[in-house]
Design a protein around this ligand. Structure first.
Ligand code: GLU
Length: 426
């Protein structure tokens, strides 16, 4: 080992998701008995870009937004990860999310490193044309560091297929030819994959059903609460209900609804389509959104944002199984409390990996210009999700560690192995 690899990591002052991500890495490094230099290397983002995004508002005013792209690691392949539009976006959040993408891709054995992008913006306050201008300007600012062999963005909170189409078009116009592989999660009409929009939710439910079965629970005798009714939560609730699970409570950022006998999820989706929120749905009673997390259900799926299970409420969680649809919904303190209370937590980097798996399928299909059927996509997704679940379970048993520790250890080991095999240059 070189001197660099023996250096001591500097003490971190991070808080929030980044502190959690760093603590998870530190625990994995300890389990794997890696030195401080390798630890520092795995903890440090390889590249970070902060950009100003000047925007002409529709009313003529000029506003300057801030955007980020963090490439945490590319030892195993091009960097990969979503683009988030949210008022909560800051550099540390993007760093945490980028690190989690590295572990997610390694755990699922897709040949990518990890990255994340974000713009500090509340998209609800901007018109479609304004969002298009923001997306195109951001894309042209980060253009030098993205590309199908460099870093491949995808949707995340606040962004969607349309955002990806704008990014793909902006990139393509700048390089002078059409490059479908620069982003994933695109509309099918411009090289998107069948099954991509539902992939994260499908994967969440495949893992949730496996975790319930592991706890001796059959879908038809199980109940669930789902926090979030966006790209991940809405699909997860629908697929759980299709599998026979009684989905008793669902929330969004405006409120929550409850029905002891199970919510009619397609009817709720229609209500949300019309009104923009789960609030006021006639087929269920209103409930306190915070209380949803503490319901006496078999399965809890937090599918919204980071840090919703924390030291202040984790002790009141009564679900038997928590399956993390969101990235980072459980803080480190909450994780310890849930574990002490015997609650099985299936970590984000496993549970919500369906999205990036089908992103990988989309990229492969685009590179080959050969398209798979929806059944092919779904079969391959299910096989990868369940193989990863079995693998994480086996590592957790063999090492007597939690599923999160097992998932992180497996992923970190793969990234470290790729790094050590390649060596340091120069
Ligand atoms: N934003 C999603 C995630 O957090 C998908 C990323 C991707 O497909 O690249 O996993």
């Amino acid at each position: 080992m070189t001197t660099e690899l023996l250096a001591t990591p500097s003490p971190s002052t991070a808080t929030g998701p980044l502190a959690d991500a760093q603590a998870q890495l530190a625990a994995a490094v300890e389990t794997l008995d890696y030195g401080a230099g390798l630890h520092r290397l795995l903890a440090s983002p390889r590249r970070e870009m902060t950009v100003s995004i000047p925007l002409h508002r529709d009313n003529g005013a000029v506003e300057v937004l801030t955007g980020y792209r963090v490439q945490h690691n590319f030892s195993r392949g091009p960097a990969k990860g979503g683009l988030r539009f949210s008022p909560a976006v800051d550099l540390d959040e993007v760093r945490a999310l980028a690190m989690w993408m590295t572990w997610k891709c390694a755990l699922l054995d897709v040949p990518y490193g990890g990255a994340k992008g974000g713009i500090t913006i509340d998209p609800r306050n901007y018109s479609v044309r304004e969002l298009e201008r923001v997306t195109r300007r951001y894309t042209s600012e980060i253009l030098p560091i993205i590309g199908p062999e460099k870093d491949i963005p995808a949707p995340d909170i606040g962004t969607d297929e349309r955002t990806m189409a704008w990014m793909m078009d902006t990139y393509s116009v700048n390089v002078g030819y059409t490059v479908p592989g620069v982003v994933t999660g695109k509309p099918v009409s411009v090289g998107g994959s069948l099954g991509r929009p539902s992939a994260t939710s499908r994967g969440v439910v495949q893992i949730a059903l496996a975790a319930l079965a592991h706890n001796g629970l059959e879908p038809r005798r199980s109940s669930a609460a789902v926090q979030g009714f966006g790209k991940v939560g809405a699909g997860a609730a629908a697929f759980l209900a299709e599998a026979g699970v009684k989905v008793q409570a669902i929330s969004d950022q405006y409120g929550a609804v409850y029905a002891a006998g199970g919510i009619d999820v397609p009817a709720l989706a229609e209500h949300v389509e019309l009104t923009g929120s789960v609030v006021g749905f006639a087929g269920a009673e209103p409930m306190d959104a915070a209380a949803l997390l503490e319901l006496d259900v078999d399965l809890l799926v937090p599918a919204a944002v980071e840090g919703v299970l924390h030291a202040g409420n984790a002790g009141r969680v009564r679900a038997k199984v928590v399956v993390e649809g969101a990235n980072g919904p459980t803080t480190g303190e909450a994780d310890a409390i849930l574990q002490a209370n015997g609650i099985l937590v299936v970590p984000d980097i496993l549970a919500n990996a369906g999205g990036v798996i089908v992103s990988y399928f989309e990229w492969v299909q685009g590179n080959q210009a050969y398209w798979w059927t929806a059944d092919e996509v779904e079969d391959r997704l299910a096989r990868r999700m369940l193989a990863a679940w079995e693998n994480v379970l086996a590592v957790s048993k063999a090492r007597r560690i939690t599923l999160r520790e097992a998932a992180t250890v497996t992923a970190v080991e793969r990234v470290a192995e790729a790094h050590l095999t390649r060596g340091l240059y120069p």
